[in-house]
Design a protein around this ligand. Structure first.
Ligand SMILES: CC(C)(COP(=O)(O)OP(=O)(O)OC[C@H]1O[C@@H](n2cnc3c(N)ncnc32)[C@H](O)[C@@H]1OP(=O)(O)O)[C@@H](O)C(=O)NCCC(=O)NCCS
Length: 150
């Protein structure tokens, strides 16, 4: 991902989430040196993933596929691509937060071996105006090989 991708990335973000990140947040991720990748086909961005890495722990901050392209394998492909990148950088575990109501994402992560390790109460804003908990998932990158090939 480069700053040239940000209009496309922000457009996908706005279409995919009820509480999207602003373009400024993506800019900050690029500036911070996070691992920011787009998945593209025919020069069109189809999705993106962002991971921060510190002390051998990777944190998946965003993984998003264009709603028109969801369910075609892009999400799994990008996730496995990110595993490969952070492993080379000596990450031993990957963490993420997800809304329990987000069935496609929960299915994707559990299908790749992530284990539910905790809950952050009231982590997300909810459409109702209240808050929704986040499930925290973790994956050991040293033992993940058996779950799905990378
Ligand atoms: C979650 C997301 C990244 C998955 O990407 P994707 O390209 O649609 O997923 P894939 O095609 O690679 O499929 C991965 C798994 O998710 C499942 N899945 C995909 N869409 C689904 C849907 N609408 N309902 C239920 N499961 C679904 C697939 O069945 C597949 O599981 P399987 O291999 O066990 O069959 C995508 O739906 C998305 O961008 N959602 C909006 C943003 C978001 O919520 N990101 C996650 C934030 S934590």
């Amino acid at each position: 991902m480069t700053s040239a991708d940000l209009p496309a990335v922000s457009g996908i973000e706005a279409g995919a989430y009820r509480f999207p990140w602003s373009e400024q947040v993506f800019r900050s991720c690029l500036r911070a040196g996070y691992t920011c990748r787009v998945a593209a086909e025919d020069d069109r961005v189809r999705g993106y993933g962002i991971v921060s890495l510190a002390a051998n722990e990777a944190h998946l901050l965003n993984l998003c596929i264009d709603p028109a392209e969801q369910g075609r394998g892009w999400g799994g492909w990008l996730l496995r691509h990110l595993f490969g990148i952070v492993r080379v950088r000596h990450a031993e575990r990957m963490f993420l937060e997800v809304r329990p109501s987000n069935r496609p994402a929960v299915r994707l992560y559990e299908g790749h071996g992530f284990v539910h390790v905790g809950t952050r109460r009231g982590y997300y804003p909810a459409v109702s105006g209240g808050r929704e908990d986040a499930r925290v998932y973790a994956l050991s990158l040293r033992h993940e090989e058996g779950a799905r090939g990378t």
